[in-house]
Design a protein around this ligand. Structure first.
Ligand code: AMP
Ligand code: GLY
Length: 455
């Protein structure tokens, strides 16, 4: 029987474990806490430090799986794929140097400038607080401040949203430089438009696109409040989003294609795993907000339940560099994933016990995320709690199924965003893009993808 060693933690990990299990693969998992969802799909699991590359490599050597799937950015940035490959086991995740596309925002922006310049906003990188503050005083456009290192999606602050004015921005620049793992920040042009996530399986040479998703990062309805890891996502039945045109979709694929070839040219290493390009669709076409070197969370909970092709076959095609001859198919259905989070998330970090009556859930998939099982009881970890995914003939149907399921649960101590994927919210996004497109274009959009055969 085929075996995977899955290095994972949160909801995305549960969705992966379930998909591997359904595809007839034996799941061996390494997890940082006892996630009941991942455990329920695993033949064997171990609670370990999943950012310790040598620990993971030792388990890989012992278990001798067909491949190791590394799900999270922290593990990938720590060089887990490198360590696993050193003991002769294929890794489905990029090597540490390649993963700088995600783990080092300054590197990523410089890379984009070089290889996909038309889709990269103006930016400057700073490791010195005084220079950053002087820049904030004079920069002629609205901007966003991003710590260079990984922050779990919570370090970005946008002028006019999380940052009230330039004085607040200067204070944050100083604080962020001091706290950042790399010791710096990127100050970049604030892009206006609608965001979308394009995730692709990549074997180093070719790639296969998954359905587009739209994530919602701010904590509260109406896109208000602090940034989170993502509060919910939806995918339409045609694998696209209603505000993205064919030309804009092709332009986004073109960015992925140039990124995959650019990585090899720049680092000498092939990108293997999942490349997730997060875009802002602007009046000048799609611009890259950031790259992720892994599946998104919650996006994984949208797309994996829709995947028709056997997942193990997809993984083998990635390992054997055969994606070019391989068709990855998805059900022509919509999916809506809602994250249920502790009240006060992301600021509140305390843990509390709760129980969830899973028998009340029908017609949805439940994915445990920041949930730890101890002595038969369940506790929150301080992060996002669990995701519920509903599929439907269209988004409206999937939304209703998700809402019906949520109404059956006792959500004391928790909350979620009701607006995500609602008819009104989607109509507002379409209208927003129409308004944005109504303005005169100043830059010619990227050329369409030319040689993409696997999508
Ligand atoms: P990131 O962690 O880079 O995905 O950023 C978190 C969120 O900040 C994104 O989902 C966007 O909503 C917002 N954001 C990041 N960069 C920009 C930008 N250049 N312009 C506008 N919003 C941005
Ligand atoms: N949902 C955004 C991310 O996974 O980074």
């Amino acid at each position: 029987m085929s075996k995977v060693l899955l290095v994972a933690a949160i909801g995305r990990g549960h969705a992966l474990a379930k998909k591997f299990h359904q595809s007839g693969v034996e799941v061996y998992s390494l997890i940082p806490f006892a996630n009941p969802g991942i455990i329920s799909c695993s033949k064997e699991h171990h609670v370990v430090d999943i950012t310790n590359a040598q620990t993971v490599a030792k388990h890989a050597e012992r278990i001798d799986p067909d491949y190791v799937w590394v799900a999270g950015d922290e593990s990938i940035a720590a060089g887990v794929a490198d360590a696993v490959q050193e003991v002769g086991v294929p890794a489905i995740a990029p090597l540490k140097t390649v993963a700088r596309l995600e783990s080092d925002k300054a590197f990523a922006r410089e890379f984009m400038k070089e290889y996909v310049g038309h889709a990269c906003p103006r930016f400057e990188c700073f490791t010195d607080a005084e220079s950053a503050k002087n820049h904030i005083d004079v920069v002629p456009y609205d901007f966003v401040i991003k710590p260079m290192g990984l922050t779990g999606g919570k370090g970005v602050k946008v002028l006019g949203s999380q940052l009230k004015d330039r004085e607040e921005a200067k204070a944050y620049a100083e604080e962020a430089i001091a706290a950042d793992r790399i010791g710096g920040i990127v100050i970049e042009e604030k892009l206006e438009g609608e965001e979308f996530s394009l995730q692709c399986f990549v074997d180093g040479e070719s790639f296969a696109a998954m359905p587009l998703c739209q994530d919602h990062k701010p904590a509260y309805d109406g896109d208000l409040g602090p940034m989170t890891g993502g509060m919910g996502t939806y995918t339409c039945e045609d694998g696209r989003l209603p505000f993205v045109s064919d030309e804009e979709y092709d332009a986004a694929l073109n960015v992925v294609e140039k990124t995959v070839s650019g990585v090899k040219a720049k680092t000498g290493e092939a990108f293997k795993g999942v490349l997730y390009a997060q875009f802002m669709l602007t009046r000048n076409g799609p611009f890259v907000i950031e790259y992720n070197a892994r599946l998104g969370d919650p996006e994984a909970m949208n797309v994996l339940p829709l995947m028709k092709t056997n997942f193990h076959d997809v993984c083998k095609a990635i390992v054997d560099v055969e994606l070019e001859r391989f068709k990855v198919e998805f059900e022509p259905q919509a999916s809506v994933c809602k994250y249920v989070v502790p009240e006060g998330y992301p600021e509140r970090k305390d843990q509390f016990e709760f129980s969830l009556d899973e028998s009340k859930l029908s017609d949805v998939e439940l994915f445990y995320s920041g949930v730890e099982q101890k002595n038969g009881k369940r506790f929150t970890t301080g992060s996002r709690g669990f995701g519920l995914t509903a599929l439907g003939a269209n988004v409206a149907e999937a939304y209703q199924k998700a809402e019906n399921a949520l109404s059956q649960l006792d959500l004391k101590g928790f909350r979620y965003r009701k607006d995500i994927a609602s008819e009104a919210s989607i109509a507002a996004k379409i209208q927003h893009m129409e308004l944005i497109r109504g303005r005169p274009a100043t830059v010619v959009p990227a050329p369409p993808a030319s040689t993409i055969e696997t999508v």
